[in-house]
Ligand binder design. Structure first.
Ligand SMILES: [Mg+2]
Length: 412
């Protein structure tokens, strides 16, 4: 089994971005906190701070006691997202990105002819970030025969790591890890494993497939058993679901401004449906078809979100960069959906507010009808007939949303 995947995980991401942009912070213990208050928690710590035991989740007051000279920086989410996009542009010149997992994690799938050069390509990815974004931004890169182990490999060497897990080295290559280092083993699962007498990864890899199924209470245990052995399993079906809307423009709206307003309305409906279905999205595609020209398409990765406002800002930025002159039909698709149970609530107070606001709007519209309350960006569009148009759904996408029966669907 040759190396098929490369996973890239930025080290101490938020803290490193601050050190990259503010040279006076380099070499110093830095922690990033969401607010300017000693009662909040560090959401990132530089390696200099980690040396003193400060980590994500340490209370700021405690961190100050632990790390002499600690610099506490108030988080700048927008800057981290901008840097994230610069990183994506830099690495995409080396290899196409298969998936962006979070603001500091991405994965690449290697073609057959690229696999023998996996290590060289991994070094090129790191060099691209260093040269095009900044030398202070370091990453741990993992190479492995499957997606799961590629991510695990990034845990084996930090910071600035490069680790290849070869099928031939399994399972011994995993033994240095703690159970909790394995993705899919959280606090509760660790406790359950301990009740079964499993305290180390070495013991875990000694279990039979049947025992793992029993401990996990279903196919997730089997998935992990197979993943730990290097098997390249297909992605779980939730990754393929999408939410989308499209609309043929009436003649008076076949101009950039009319199309933009229609897209805003479609987005409003799509985001509400996303929340109703209990999903978060990580990717937005916006498109316009034209009568006498090829379709106009823009795509972007997002922070994992359900927030209409964040989606609107992204949509507007994509559209306004170079809107097509003669749109005929417009549409958008939210992809790479994450189920509610697989995501954590937003980190930033502002993002949490956006999320609560969106939920409140949904509830009001459910009570008083669609369009009872809406974003000002939509104002001026005739709301009559709205439910027939904007809230009508694209049939094939609706079908795609239905859960597909699959061997690998979680049973919990
Ligand atoms: Mg990271």
């Amino acid at each position: 089994m040759p190396a098929k995947y490369i996973f890239l995980d930025m080290n101490a991401y938020f803290a490193s971005v601050e050190q990259q942009l503010r040279p006076e912070l380099r070499g110093r213990p830095v922690c990033v906190a969401p607010l300017e208050a000693d009662t909040t928690f560090c959401i990132a710590a530089s390696y200099e701070a980690r040396f003193f035991g400060v980590k994500t989740g340490t209370r700021v007051r405690q961190a100050r006691r632990q790390a002499p000279g600690l610099v506490v920086v108030t988080a700048r989410p927008r800057v981290y997202v901008e840097t994230h996009h610069r990183i994506l542009r830099a690495v995409a010149r080396v290899l196409p990105i298969e998936e962006v997992l979070s603001v500091d994690e991405m994965r690449f799938a290697l073609m057959a002819n690229e696999r023998p050069r996996a290590r060289a390509l991994a070094l090129e990815l790191k060099a691209a970030i260093r040269e095009e974004v900044g030398a202070w931004l370091r990453s741990s890169v993992g190479i492995a025969p499957n997606r799961y182990l590629a991510k695990v490999a990034t845990e084996l060497e930090k910071p600035d790591g490069l680790v290849e897990i070869r099928a031939a080295d399994l399972p011994q290559a995993l033994w240095p890890l703690a159970l909790r280092d394995l993705y899919g083993i959280g606090r509760r699962m660790e406790a359950r494993l301990q009740r079964h007498g499993i305290f180390t990864v070495r013991q875990l890899t000694g279990l039979s497939c049947k025992s793992m199924r029993r401990i996990w209470g279903g196919v997730l245990g089997e998935r992990l058993w197979r993943s730990l052995r290097g098997e390249d399993l297909p992605l779980p079906p939730s990754r393929r679901r999408t939410v989308g809307h499209s609309h043929v423009l009436p003649p008076e709206l076949r101009n950039p401004e009319g199309a933009r307003k229609t897209l805003v309305r479609l987005l409003h409906a799509a985001a509400a449906r996303l929340r109703r279905k209990g999903y978060w999205t990580r990717h937005l595609t916006v498109y316009a078809t034209r009568l006498r020209a090829p379709a106009w398409v823009r795509k972007t990765w997002l922070e994992t979100t359900q927030d209409t406002r964040l989606l609107l800002q992204t949509l507007t930025a994509l559209w306004d960069s170079a809107p097509p002159a003669d749109p005929f039909k417009v549409g958008l698709v939210l992809e790479h959906l994450v189920a509610e149970r697989d995501t954590s609530p937003p980190l930033w107070p502002a993002a949490r507010r956006g999320y609560r606001l969106a939920r409140a709007i949904d509830r009001i519209n459910a009570l008083y009808g669609p369009g009872a309350i809406y974003f000002a960006a939509m104002h001026g569009l005739d709301y009559a007939g709205e439910d027939r148009i904007a809230f009508g759904e694209v049939p094939q996408i609706e079908t795609a949303l239905k859960p597909q029966p699959s061997r690998s669907s979680p049973t919990r």
